[in-house]
Design a protein. Structure first.
Length: 167
């Protein structure tokens, strides 16, 4: 039981750590919400799972459990991101904007992380150690998560330009 709680804590903290990746992306001048943003965010959100995979792989369990932990990391990332949006980026947000920031983006981050989490396993660790090929890993799950995230961002930008997003 303690191992599962530890895994949960690392998954959640990894999602929060993902915010650092998003901030670094903006600081480095990569404000591209369609490619750079999704690539960096999806790669960094499961940071806690990477640590588990490296140090305590037995705590990850099966594919669905790992994907569930990844989804929780995505949720943690989304909650911090939403809080930043409604307190820093938009000084006096409307109720509609707050509701929006705490619903759709959270669902996106959780779903994208769940998808990628299905590919976080021993094959990924072997590839990082130079013992396997990238083709043998779950890289397709990562690509699917990045594409989903990028498409969501395209839709969000279009909705914003069209005046369909609450402010």
């Amino acid at each position: 039981m303690r191992g599962r709680l530890f895994a949960l804590a690392l998954a959640l903290s990894g999602g929060v750590f993902g915010i650092a990746g998003a901030v670094m992306q903006e600081v480095r001048g990569l404000p591209d919400p369609f490619v750079a943003g999704p690539l960096i965010e999806e790669a960094v959100k499961p940071a806690g799972l990477y640590l588990l995979l490296y140090r305590w792989p037995h705590l990850l369990g099966g594919r669905r459990y790992t994907a569930g932990l990844a989804a929780l990391g995505g949720l943690a990332f989304g909650l911090v991101e939403a809080a930043v949006y409604v307190t820093v980026y938009v000084p006096e947000p409307s109720l509609g904007f707050v509701v929006y920031r705490f619903t759709l983006p959270l669902a996106l981050h959780s779903l994208a992380s769940f998808i990628y989490g299905q590919g976080i396993d021993g094959r990924l660790a072997a590839w990082v150690r130079g013992e396997g090929s990238l083709k043998a890993t779950g890289w397709r799950f990562f690509v699917a998560a990045v594409v989903l995230h990028g498409l969501y961002n395209v839709g969000a930008v279009i909705a914003g330009v069209a005046g369909l997003q609450p402010k």
